[in-house]
Ligand binder design. Sequence first.
Ligand code: TIU
Length: 216
Amino acid sequence: MPSVDALPHTFTFDPDKTALLVIDMQRDFLLPGGFGESLGNDFAQLSRTIEPLSALLTAWRAASLPIIHTREGHLPDLSDCPPSKLARGGIGEQGAFGRILVRGEYGHDIVDELAPLDGEFVVDKPGKGAFYATELSDILDKLQVQKLVVTGVTTEVCVHTTVREANDRGYDCLVLSDCVGSYFPEFQRVGLEMIAAQGGIFGWVADSPSVIAALA
Ligand code: TIU
């Protein structure tokens, strides 16, 4: 059984029961001029994850293991966007890459470097968590997945929410520090510490080279 040197302790996984989750690696969060930067955020804190994640995807694909990408976004009529989220502004407005976080728009889609391949799952989610109002549970059930290797953005928002949701549903989650990103370095550090604290209260933390080595 492959094992990975992780915090708070070694993470072992059966490759047949493990999926890679790639959360919201969308142009609007990651590219200069996108929604994230328009809010005053430093997109480079997120775009540094693209290269290691691309290498991880190559290794994961070579091992023929399941990959699930998610995208945060809404229907064009915004009927699936809660009033509290709409009231904050931005969603559905015209941005540099089309209507912000609206499905079908250029900015809503995944960055070119990490584009999903045929046979990979793409889950569209209206919320921060990947389980809320999506088919993710059904996909994982059908795949008989028990463990998740979690990557994507942002660490303290959609990654955390999804890992907490997954943990409550009984999945063991390994979060990869170099493949998750926050606009705020302090949130990145503390966000990762929170996951592995208290004996791994929500999951494990390691880096992508360790996972790639375990797959080899
Ligand atoms: N994907 C995700 O984390 N959505 C966000 O809105 N994140 C922020 O940090 N704003």
